[in-house]
Design a protein around this ligand. Sequence first.
Ligand code: PLP
Length: 383
Amino acid sequence: MTTYLDNAATTQPLPEVTEAVARAMRDNYGNPSSLHGLGAAASRALARAREEVAALVRAEPDEIIFTGSGTEANALGLLGAARSASAARGRHLVTSSIEHAAVHQSAHKLAAEGWQVQEVAPSKEGCISAEAVLAAVRPDTAIVAVMLANNEIGTLQPVAEIARALRGRKIHLHVDAVQFAGLVPVDVRTKGADSIAISAHKLHGPKGIGALWLRRGKTLTALYGGGGQERDLRSGTENLPACVGFGLAASLARADRAAHDRVAKLRDQLEALVFEGFPQLRPAVPLSAPRAPHISGILMPGLPAEPVLHALEARSVFASQGAACSSHAREPSRVMQALGVPASTGSLRLSLSRLTTTEDVTRAASALAASVSEIARAVSGTR
Ligand code: PLP
């Protein structure tokens, strides 16, 4: 019996989604741009998937641009906005120091192209305040990029408040909402952003398919040219099976109205078991901070994360150390650095999903207790 608590890295596709993807591959293999019947069937399936994804974030279907990942949706939102920004507007970008690599690296790319990039640091709660963003904005600021839910500590950034503070300034606000995971309500109308990136594999959909919501009337410059698909913004024959899987996953996420509260309750149970049972473990941010329901960041002062993760795996519990994407790099996490966490403190991320059960939570908590004791003994033995 495995306990999968690495849902911020990726989620298990739902069986219905896997079947719909396979069916679309097998039966709906026409090119949506072809004029014959098979092409028309593919085009209808694509339109339906677009409607379903749009409905999840309360957008209009023509505002959804399918991309090859959440990373690409972020790159298109950020680089595409930068390249279409008028030179007269200026080349100053404000972002946060806790963004996912997808946004951080795009900002770096812009810096190499002559943009000035200013990073706003989070509060002790791990949040980026609207005041801090506004203080960083200058007359030549053309873009602001702030994420919705942080992928390592789960904190929610006050995107709607930031949008309100920026209103009337002709600044493109891009939001990385990949970690909303279908659990945090995203209504693009009330968020006030200009572009929002999402990804299917974080909400029980297939990997390799993301979407950018682009507010009507806003323009972007495509990252590359080709057949002009996706309103000329993302050329390349559409990955129809993945789009279909994304659409179904979005519909199922939308239908599970109780998911947010259910997952938050399970996370609270998990944190109560972990922090009450093990006073030496600390939450990465105060438990009262505004947080997405599915991510719990845990600090282990004096303990390295990797052996604890292996000890957990030996007990069939799968979790992550900070962000899965940066764990290959083995560099200290930028988020933990921004929070002032010392390098000697290991950090774990336990992340839940709509499929997580109470049994998962109790099993994970007892496995963590055993793993931490085992590694603490080994560490003190080597001192
Ligand atoms: N942004 C955030 C906040 C993420 O957590 C991730 C994935 O971990 C991404 C972007 C990248 O999404 P994808 O894996 O679909 O490229």
